[in-house]
Design a protein around this ligand. Structure first.
Ligand SMILES: [Zn+2]
Length: 122
């Protein structure tokens, strides 16, 4: 005799439901992991901000650097990538040998193979 609880629509629904529950559990774990990583990034950002503030106050108090000089330098660094966009990251650099534009993520020029020195903040 056919068991109506094992076959047919109810059975398919059960398998689909189990798969959906497993997927939901996986998504929950991934969300928790992402939340934890975001929290770690927040903590590191907070420590970095405190370090920047400490360094800034040392420069101000010991060397007499003014806030205007600091803001001008921030603007200068911001503009160094070609746009006043609140970002300092340079996307590309010119090869010192062939002059072609290459992505900063490569240690060597992809056209001529010349090793490319990147600055400390790239
Ligand atoms: Zn090159």
């Amino acid at each position: 005799m056919i068991n109506p609880f094992r076959l047919g629509h109810r059975g398919d629904f059960g398998i689909g439901s189990r798969i959906a529950r497993e997927e939901a559990a996986g998504a929950k774990r991934a969300a928790r992991r992402a939340q934890s990583e975001a929290s770690e990034v927040d903590d590191r950002l907070e420590r970095l901000a405190m370090t920047c503030e400490a360094l800034w106050t040392i420069l101000r108090d010991k060397l007499g650097v003014t806030e205007e000089e600091l803001l001008n330098r921030i603007t200068e660094i911001d503009l160094s990538n070609g746009a006043l966009d609140g970002k300092a990251k340079k996307v590309s650099v010119s090869c010192p040998k062939c002059g072609r534009t290459i992505a900063r993520r490569f240690p060597n020029c992809m056209y001529c193979g010349q090793p490319v020195m990147h600055d400390a903040f790239s």
